[in-house]
Each structure stands twice: as C-alpha cells, then as structure tokens.
Design a protein around this ligand. Structure first.
Ligand code: SF4
Length: 395
C-alpha cells in the first residue's frame, strides 16, 4: 500500500504533470524553491524552536527567536531561490517573516494557554482503503477540558475566510487521526494561525463530514493510481505555474524561458518566434478575409435583389446568387419532440450523424466499450491554437 500526503495529492490536483516530475521522475532542478516556501519554512522552524525551548524550560526571548530566524535565513538563502513578484526583493520577505514572528510572540506570550502534545509531527494513519496518510501537524495541543487543537502556521498573504476553513482538507484529515489516537478527545478544533494578519481561523468537523472527506480523498488517490497505471499526466496551466520550480523544463514554458533570456535581435531571429509570429499574422489575415467575404456576400445578395438578377458578372468570373429554402430545426423541448418523432417514424437512422468530437474524447479517455475501442485506430495528431501571451503587455 502506498503513502500519500496532503501536499502529494494537492500537487496532483493542481497539475498531474508536476506530480509526475516531482514524485515519479524525482527530477532535481536548478531552482531549489520559491521565496514564499523558503520564508514559510524558516518561520515554521523558528516557532517550532519556541515551543521546544519552552518544553525544556529554556528562556524563550523574542530576540533569541529573531536571531535564530535571521541566522538561519542568512545561512540558507541562495540567489537561485525563485522570486516571482518582480517588485519585491528577498529582503522584503525576510522582514515579513520577522514581523510574523514578532506579532505571534506578542499575541501568544507566555505560550502556556495549551498543553503541547506534538510539534511538526511525522506520524501516519491508515485510510479505509488501506493506504497510508502522512500526519504532519505543525502544533498539536490540548486543554484540560478534553479539547484538542490541530494548529497550522500560515504565511499566506490572504486571510482564510470561514468557508475556506470549513472546507479545508488538510487539517480535517488530521482530526481523524487525533480522534483515533486520543480517545478522551471531546472535540478537535482546527486552527490556522494566519501570521500575516495576526489572527486565527478556526473550524471543526462532524464525524459524518470526516467520513465523507475520507471518501473524497480515496477517490482522488484512485485517480492518481489510474494516472500512474496509464502513465497519463496532463499539464494543467494555471496561475500557479509562475511558482512552479519545473517551469524551465515544462514543455508548456520551456521555449518561453529560453527566448526571454535572449536580447531583442536574437529573440526575433529565433525560429519558433518567427513561426508563431507568421502563423498569427496569417490567422489574422484569414479572419479579416473571412469578414470581408461575409460583407461581400451581403453586398452581392443586395445587388442581385435590386437588379432582379441571379448572376452577377465580374472580369473573369461570374457569381450566381440563388435563393433557397433553408430549414431551421426547432430548439429546446421542441427539438426533443422532433427527434422523438423521427425515431417513431423510423427515420432516425437515415439522418443521424456520428458526433465525432464526443466519440473521440470517450475513446481516448477509455470511457467506451472495449469492443468498440478495438475497432478504431488511434494515431497521433496535433491541434494548434493561438492565445495571447499573459506575460507580455499590449503595445
Ligand atoms: S509549469 Fe505549470 S503546467 Fe508545467 S509542470 Fe509546472 S504547474 Fe504543471
């Protein structure tokens, strides 16, 4: 049975191809991490130190903690860490982390509201399908009344609202483990310390909700297993790609990163750039021509009507303009009735056509009868589509 974690299944949900690179191919890249993840990691370690030192009755001063944070940052920071927001520097993130720790320290001091049961836990639980699930709780605590607290430090720049807290999967799954491990638990509260806002978001789940959640996770795991079996990991291009450490080797961005390093002259000389520019130009011209053709068609019809003719003559060609009866099929409910009537009268087979697009999708996704699949050939083809580059401003 395999082991899964919140970050593993989230990676698959966000982009199956990223999942493949990270967990199957185990690709190492030049970009070690993003600045957000780097800062978040050191903040986590600093707050872990706070509670560890307290457990061993060491004096926990704010200045000691901040020194630990700054020293760790200086020791581990490297220039290849990815900073996506171009108007910010590493120093800005370092200062943000300092503020998070200061605010948390001032708000929580003297840190004895709860009994700490675990920090950065590394346990596992068995899901109902037999797979293992990693339990990584930043801070697990309880009070004297039998309430347990699964706490997570968040360095996000956006406050978690109640709806998001109530639908969050990560901590909710951990509460299954807590309920199982601590039989005296009267309640398990899920707490997100939103450090950027110096506030907490809190949620709690019923057993029924947890059962449903576990089923959803198992369903997701089954999708991962299916993708692994079929070696089918499509790319999902979203805003998250800006933070992806595999961007430079991802087929959806590799060429972009290659050419954006080039000076303008070399950029314009790049074969791919030239192909796309020309392709886009031709597409635009075709669109213009199509519009022009539609306009000419209208003019010719009008001209023929006015003159009372059904052929208009040019220098070398003539254009016949013939009026004909065009059938417009009914829509909505009437359409259903129309189809039913065709069937009732035994005419359906004569006029129905195959929906190729739908059939193509069902066959390639293996969602159709095996006997039918065996009768078709599947060959490789390409579909080209032009889109605006989101990283380039309009001229
Ligand atoms: S850059 Fe985007 S599409 Fe490519 S692997 Fe990363 S997340 Fe997936």
């Amino acid at each position: 049975m395999a082991t899964y974690s919140h970050s593993k299944v989230s990676t698959f949900e966000n982009c199956p191809y990223h999942y493949k690179l990270k967990y199957i191919d185990k690709i190492k890249v030049d970009v070690p991490t993003t600045i957000e993840a780097f800062m978040g990691d050191i903040v986590h370690r600093t707050l872990e130190k706070l509670y560890k030192d307290k457990k061993f009755k060491k004096r926990v001063s704010k200045s000691t903690l901040l020194k630990f944070y700054k020293d760790t940052w200086d020791k581990e920071y490297s220039g290849d860490i990815l900073i996506v927001k171009k108007d910010l520097k590493a120093e800005n993130y370092k200062k943000m982390g300092i503020k998070f720790i200061e605010d948390y320290y001032d708000r929580m001091k003297p840190f004895d509201q709860l009994t700490i049961l675990g920090l950065e836990t590394q346990d596992k639980m068995t899901l109902s399908n037999g797979d293992q699930w990693h339990i990584r709780i930043d801070k697990l605590a309880c009070d004297s009344k039998g309430n347990y607290y699964v706490c997570d430090y968040k360095t996000n720049a956006r406050m978690k609202n109640q709806e998001e807290a109530d639908s969050d999967r990560q901590l909710a799954l951990y509460s299954i483990w807590v309920k199982d491990k601590f039989k005296d638990a009267k309640s398990v509260k899920l707490v997100w310390h939103m450090l950027a806002f110096n506030k907490d978001a809190v949620s709690e789940r019923t057993d029924k909700q947890l059962k449903k959640l576990q089923e959803e996770v198992i369903n997701l795991i089954n999708q991962i297993k299916k993708a692994e079996k079929e070696n089918n990991f499509p790319r999902k291009v979203t805003a998250l790609c800006d933070y992806c450490v595999y961007k430079s080797i991802c087929p959806s961005f590799k060429h972009q990163l290659e050419v954006e390093e080039k000076p303008l002259k070399e950029f314009k000389e790049d074969e791919g750039v030239k192909f796309v520019d020309e392709f886009a130009e031709i597409k635009n011209k075709l669109k213009e021509l199509q519009n022009k053709q539609d306009e000419l068609k209208k003019n010719l019809i009008e001209f023929a009507k006015q003159k009372g003719v059904d052929a208009v003559y040019g220098s070398n060609m003539k254009c016949s303009v013939k009026e004909f009866d065009k059938v417009v099929l009914p829509e909505g409910e009437e359409k259903d009735k129309f189809i039913q009537l065709l069937k009732d009268k035994g005419l359906w087979e004569d006029y129905v056509t195959l929906n190729y697009m739908k059939l193509n999708s069902k066959i390639t996704k293996k969602e159709i009868d095996e006997e039918l699949r065996k009768m078709v050939d599947i060959v490789k083809d390409f579909r080209l589509s032009l889109g605006k580059r989101k990283d380039v401003e309009d001229e």
